[in-house]
Write a protein that binds this ligand. Structure first.
Ligand SMILES: [Zn+2]
Length: 455
């Protein structure tokens, strides 16, 4: 079944029924999730293709955040979905009209070129290298990076020649292998490359052969070094065009690439030892949990809007999840971190005022939580806030503070946002405020929200 599913592709209509991350809709990329940036967060497995369109254009800023800048040209050349086109339709990749046929299905088992392409993409996805390099490699394989050859095709320029040597048409393979600078770099790495067919193989078999290699070069896996060199050559080519003063000297590209490959290789080993697995994502269900008796739990949060308006809020609940009190504060202004810290401080004061002696504090700002726990704080801009927090904590019999994912901090998030709509100052409520009733009940019955986390 897998091989059939691999050859189904969504043809976008409105993009409403196609999952951005896990459905095959971008030609040549089975799952965009394979290329996600590590710092991307919540609920993203649910996102649809249409969620990345704004005003009929791709939301390139967001795409750059979740996938990296390298993807911007790919999206620029991909048609956006439109509601007017109608439904999204599943098509069969192996026939011209997209309709399924037995004959074409049988060809799956007969066609070496399709299989070797699938094999190449699989090698890229499994490459033991940072995500950025895997993405780069995929872009090379699909020849979508903006070489002068591609720019001519897209009417972006009329001159398709190579900036470095001025000779040939600047194709993908020219930049990363055949140009004089590239050739010199490869030969500096290993002069024996001249003897085989390294410089004569077409792009895709060349990539496949090198990414499949098991050989080690001075302690570094060849596929990793290979990709680092290609990437260094591409980056240098861009520097030469856009910022020639800072371009790496021709004869040191191979040093730079080797050092990078060595560093990545070490980092990968360390990660592999500490975590056994890297670059894998799983979906975890995140939910709010009541504290153990006799603790009370404070969830706090801050919110800073564009333009600098700031607000914070928080909620206290007991070990049965029962509501005790909540607060929302309109702070007018503040940084993200000071706002988060103020939320914690005001929540602590509220807890002390109601006679709490055992408190668990949860905030979704890792920075704020770390500051509260950090030993050396004297020189930090938030020193007075952090010391005030510690002072209040010292009045409790027992306390603990930890970072919580925002999926389990929704009540505090709602209260912080609510603060923007209130007059300046702190507003304390001893009844369940309507702005959090839904989130509160969701927490009470233990509703979990999915979150993609790396393992
Ligand atoms: Zn050239």
């Amino acid at each position: 079944m897998g091989i059939f599913a691999d050859n189904l592709v969504w043809r976008l209509g409105s993009g409403e029924n196609v999952n951005f991350w896990n459905d095959h809709w971008m030609p040549g990329v089975h799952h965009l999730i394979d290329f996600v940036q590590p710092e991307v967060f919540p609920n993203m497995l649910e996102e649809r293709v249409c969620d990345y369109v704004s005003d009929r254009r791709w939301d390139l800023n967001r795409i750059a955040v979740v996938l990296g800048d390298d993807w911007i040209p790919v999206f620029r050349s991909t048609k956006t979905p439109e509601p007017e086109i109608g439904e999204d339709i599943l098509a069969w990749l192996l026939t011209l009209d997209g309709a399924f046929s037995i004959k074409s299905a049988c060809s799956l088992y007969l066609s070496p070129s399709d299989n070797s392409k699938a094999e190449l993409f699989s090698k890229i996805w499994k490459l033991e290298a940072p995500q950025r390099l895997r993405t780069f490699c995929w872009l090379v394989a699909n020849e979508v990076l903006l070489t002068n050859e591609i720019r001519v095709k897209r009417n972006m320029t009329q001159d398709g020649s190579c900036v470095s040597c001025g000779e040939a048409i600047e194709s993908m393979l020219h930049v990363i292998r055949d140009c004089r600078v590239a050739r010199q770099t490869w030969m500096s790495i290993d002069a024996r490359l001249r003897f085989g067919n390294f410089f004569n193989t077409p792009l895709l078999p060349w990539l496949l052969e090198n990414l499949s290699s098991q050989s080690l070069f001075k302690g570094v896996q060849w596929p990793l070094l290979f990709v680092c060199i290609m990437n260094a050559l591409w980056l240098r080519r861009n520097k030469v065009i856009f910022d020639s003063d800072e371009a790496v000297a021709e004869n040191s590209i191979h040093f730079l690439a080797f050092r990078l490959a060595k560093d990545y290789s070490m980092a990968h080993l360390e990660l592999a030892q500490s975590r056994k697995k890297v670059c894998n994502f799983i979906e975890r269900q995140i939910k709010w949990k009541p504290p153990d008796h006799p603790f009370i739990k404070l969830n706090s949060d801050g919110s800073v809007l564009d333009g600098g308006r700031a607000a914070c809020g928080g909620i206290l609940r007991d070990s049965d999840g029962r509501f005790i009190a909540c607060f929302s504060v309109n702070l007018n202004g503040g940084t993200v971190t000071t706002t988060e810290l103020l939320g914690i401080l005001l929540g602590l004061e509220l807890a002390l005022n109601i006679g709490c002696s055992h408190l668990i504090i949860e905030a979704d700002s890792l920075v704020a939580v770390k500051l509260c726990l950090q030993k050396e704080i004297d020189l930090h801009a938030t020193r007075s806030l952090v010391l005030a927090i510690r002072n209040r904590c010292s009045r409790l019999t027992s306390w603990n503070i930890h970072h919580q994912f925002r999926e389990a901090n929704t009540c505090a998030d709602r209260l912080a946002h609510f603060g923007h709509s209130l007059p300046s100052g702190c507003h304390i409520f001893f009844n369940l405020s309507s702005c959090i009733s839904l989130a509160f009940h969701a927490d009470s019955i233990g509703i979990a929200l999915p979150r993609v986390v790396s393992i």
